[in-house]
Design a protein around this ligand. Structure first.
Ligand SMILES: [Mg+2]
Length: 467
């Protein structure tokens, strides 16, 4: 483009300039405390023709690589239950699966909490709100593991009128001991509330959201810290009420997918035909018959050979903060490691794959979390994906040979806004109601379908060379 682009423009010039950027745009609404109300992003044109080569994959964590949405939903429900005084009330049905879930999954925490405060704010009981907020503060500053989170909690205390508590001796004694427990510290909580009750004044919507976010993260991190200690199995049973399920586990096909694109499986990908086909046959969202899937079987070995000749880079991009991503990915890779140990593939190959799965940091070429940016620049903004692509050394000319995988509306927008035209939505139970207008393809069968049926969108003529 040879046009001279000015640095400032009036409305009509701005219209012309924007039209140079593309034909399709996403309007991203900002949190209430930001100027401007929204931002307009040009989206990379969708790419739906098969690819002659691939250079990289960028992929979301929650809902795409792993399922932690159960944990997020639980923590949001806990927060609303606490501030409205209904937590533990057997007649309270909790959040509404049909009407609430589409608004509280897959977006940023701020957006989720804004939605919930908007809807349930009128039921807030100030006594309960104060107490649960103080409990969240004490736990986070006493036992929390993330410094950024602690900083935010302190900032919020100042903003909400509790800044003086930060130098209160009683308060400091609790947090420096680093062993706060809600049940054991009831007396101290009560006493602090008596002293500071009158100063807590979450007047407007934004203030309520600030405090509610701290309560949400308290619950979320409290559970993560227990999972990190190896209590994932017990907690999963307690909170999910379902045998065999885990609060954090890999999405179907993740370990096969990663081993494939890194070139470690080679033609032995064909050994996973039954497993991939079974996943698709059992999926509630697609209706393949065994006979239909059998047609795709013969392409698995060439696909595996292609990647062993042309392994690609893989980046994981999450709006979660680094502490969360670390606990979650450690647990995902622990489960994946166990599964790979049972694979029936040549032992030398298996050893190599296990070695690479022993630490998630070894496997990924880029790991981008919310800590690399700021809460106000998370998905659907393009920043996190742009950072991953840059970190992996993928140039703009190569963007057409990158596949992006996401399970949410905001994630698919972020991918296209980062320049990825081959944007694949992999919806799952939690995000199946999302608007996937930004996605190039919606693959309801998840990664098993991407591998077995779509062959990672590679041109069949390319695979022919590897038969
Ligand atoms: Mg997600």
């Amino acid at each position: 483009m040879g046009e001279k682009i000015p640095k400032f423009a009036d409305l009509s010039e701005a219209r012309n300039i924007i039209s140079l950027l593309g034909k399709e745009f996403a309007i991203v609404h900002n949190p209430s405390y930001l100027f401007p109300r929204f931002e307009i992003y040009p989206l990379a044109p969708k790419i739906s023709t098969p690819r002659k080569k691939l250079v990289a994959v960028v992929k979301d964590m929650d809902g795409t690589t792993t399922t932690t949405e159960q944990l997020c939903l639980h923590s949001q429900e806990y927060m609303i239950g606490q501030i409205t005084g209904r937590w533990g009330d057997p007649t309270w049905k909790g959040l509404d699966k049909v009407n609430d879930y589409p608004h509280i999954i897959g977006n940023s925490t701020t957006r989720h909490v804004e939605y919930l405060i908007n809807k349930y704010g009128k039921f807030i009981k100030m006594e309960n709100f104060r107490k649960s907020y103080l409990t969240a503060i004490l736990w986070t500053l006493s036992r929390g593991k993330d410094e950024g989170r602690k900083r935010e909690v302190r900032n919020n205390m100042v903003a909400l009128g509790w800044g003086n508590m930060l130098t209160d001796n009683e308060f400091l004694t609790i947090i420096t001991k680093q062993n706060f427990e809600e049940n054991r510290h009831q007396k101290e909580i009560k006493h602090l509330l008596q002293k500071y009750r009158q100063f807590f004044h979450p007047e407007d919507f934004t203030d309520k959201v600030r405090a509610a976010i701290d309560i949400y993260y308290y619950r979320y991190h409290q559970i993560l810290s227990l999972i990190d200690k190896g209590e994932g199995k017990r907690l999963s049973k307690e909170l999910l009420h379902e045998e065999g399920r885990r609060l954090i586990e890999p999405m179907p096909g993740v370990e096969i997918f990663l081993s494939l694109i890194k070139g470690w499986l080679g033609e032995d990908l064909a050994l996973f035909y039954e497993e991939l086909a079974e996943d698709l046959i059992n999926s509630p969202y697609v209706s393949y018959t065994k006979k239909e899937l059998d047609k795709f079987r013969k392409r698995l070995a060439p696909l595996g050979r292609y990647f062993s000749m042309h392994p690609i880079k893989v980046g994981i991009v999450t709006s979660s903060i680094a502490y969360e991503a670390n606990v979650v990915l450690k647990e995902v890779f622990r489960v994946a490691y166990e599964r790979i140990s049972n694979w029936k593939i040549p032992s030398e190959k298996k050893e190599k794959i296990l070695e690479n799965f022993s630490d998630y940091k070894k496997l990924y070429d880029s790991i981008i979390t919310a800590n690399d940016s700021s809460e106000i620049r998370l998905k659907p903004h393009h920043d996190l994906y742009s950072m991953a692509l840059h970190e992996m050394g993928v140039s703009k000319d190569e963007f057409p040979f990158v596949i992006g995988f996401e399970d949410s509306e905001s994630g698919t927008i972020a991918l296209r806004a980062a320049g990825i035209g081959l944007c694949i939505a992999l919806p799952f139970t939690g995000t199946s109601g999302h608007d996937f207008t930004a996605a190039t393809h919606i693959i309801w069968g998840g990664l098993p379908e991407v591998i077995l049926v779509n062959n990672l969108f590679l041109d069949p003529s390319v695979l022919k060379n590897f038969e």
